[in-house]
Write a protein that binds this ligand. Structure first.
Ligand code: MN
Length: 200
């Protein structure tokens, strides 16, 4: 397949590598994942707080900004705005992006793990994504179980909805974005990540 390089042109265009510690497109292996593809959810305190949901598909991280983050309640439809593909190495990024740079603010690895395709379609997940609907099982530390991601607008109005599937991991009472707020990678709070960046 054509490499991840072309897919990352938007990512690179938006960033000045000398000014931000965000990673480039280097090869990586993840000791926190199994042989399946990975997902990561990064809490990002930029101009507005949001959660960046990223799925490994065809060598890059397909990405959406989810203002409210994922819910464990199947009745909640969480808006997910598509953003540019990120390099796989971004899944290990936790730290602070300088205020004046694109996406300036603190980034926390809020959850991560491996995922699998839950669809019974024969099509690749990349093709299903292109068609606007995927179902995945997320095996994270905070987020677990089936999630559906569905495109609802196109062109400039492209937006997606992230919805918990009604399986045995569904739980309307859990509210992990409020109750499980620390990094799964470092155990740090947003404040600690921010302060430790200041100390460097
Ligand atoms: Mn973001």
């Amino acid at each position: 397949m054509t490499g991840s390089k072309d897919k990352l042109s938007k990512y690179k265009k938006k960033r000045a590598p000398a000014k931000s510690k965000e990673p480039g497109d280097k090869s990586v292996s993840f000791d926190w994942a199994d042989e399946r593809p990975i997902f990561v959810i990064q809490k990002h305190d930029a101009s507005t707080l949001h959660y960046d949901f990223r799925l490994e598909i065809d060598g890059v991280l397909k990405s959406w900004a989810v203002p409210k983050g994922p819910s464990t309640n199947p009745s909640d439809k969480r808006l997910a705005m598509p953003t540019e593909d990120h390099p796989l190495s971004y899944a290990d990024f936790e730290g602070t992006i300088p205020e004046q740079e694109y996406g300036g603010g603190t980034v926390m690895i809020w959850d991560r793990g491996s995922y699998s395709d839950l669809s019974d379609s024969q099509a690749s997940i990349a093709k299903q994504l292109k068609d606007g609907h995927i179902k995945v099982f997320l095996a994270g530390q905070k987020i677990c179980g089936g999630y559906a991601l569905t495109r609802t607008g196109s062109g400039k109005d492209e937006r997606w909805l992230l919805v918990k599937m009604d399986d045995d991991k569904a739980d309307a009472r859990r509210n992990p974005t409020s109750t499980e707020t620390d990094s799964v990678a470092s155990g740090r709070t947003m404040k600690q990540i921010e302060q430790e960046a200041d100390d460097e």
